[in-house]
Design a protein around this ligand. Sequence first.
Ligand SMILES: C[S@@+](CC[C@H](N)C(=O)[O-])C[C@H]1O[C@@H](n2cnc3c(N)ncnc32)[C@H](O)[C@@H]1O
Length: 268
Amino acid sequence: MVNNRMQNVDHLRKTAYCDATNLNARIKFWQLYGETRDDAFSNFYDELIAPENANFLDIGCGPAHYWEWGIQHDRIPADWTVTLTDLSQGMIDEAKRNVSVRPEKFSFEIADVCDLQFEDNSFDVVTANYMLYHARSQDLALSEIARVLKPGGHLYAKTNSDKHIIEFLDLQKRFIADESQIDNIGLAHAAFTLENGGSMLEKHFSNVGIIRESGICEATDVDVVVDYARSMDAELDLEPLKAAVKNEIDNKGFFKVTRSSGMFIAKK
Ligand SMILES: C[S@@+](CC[C@H](N)C(=O)[O-])C[C@H]1O[C@@H](n2cnc3c(N)ncnc32)[C@H](O)[C@@H]1O
């Protein structure tokens, strides 16, 4: 099920990602019940192939948590420079605050992955985590990324599998507020998943690899589960939703959520 609003630039900029509120509800859930923040970020830095003086472009950087963690854990070599970009001014403002202790490393720009303002062959590395599924055209987004990468440069793109958080999709369907919300139900990542993303990447990159990670989360806090479900775009009927989640936790001891994500590594 695809929710087309999650590829609409206006909706993404003004509502879904006007600031980090929705994203933070999801981060809270993963921190409690998924892979720890330290593991996720540390594994990401372990995979990066980059020259000592690498010029990075992060597209859809959000609040720049990867870079904030990298600064705190000394994972960003002295000569790297990073251009942080996002569609949303609110996200860029948060990113600026979060990496403000190392201002010399970072520059900031509003950018749409489908229409990048950068010269051909400008960057050694492009990162585009959990965002390619928001592009209005994945083919255009990937051709833009390939264009701005130097020959031999790498793209790192985290995304989700089509099995990821299927339980939250089920909650959306069961507790939709009214009929007007039907088109807003869906998994935002459906347009670029671990399953369909490889063939899209192969059209633009010479070498495409994939790293997968998965697990079952056993959530025990009703509000954390409900806040995640509500962060997913469709308006939901709050009280019955809360009651159902509470009921499941009371009966089974937890609310089960499938986690299935990973990262594409593509070489130009
Ligand atoms: C799920 S968040 C991921 C943030 C960050 N990459 C991370 O992994 O923590 C998706 C981000 O992509 C941005 N975004 C959505 N569509 C975009 C587009 N067409 N071009 C650039 N950024 C976009 C959103 O504003 C949001 O900050």
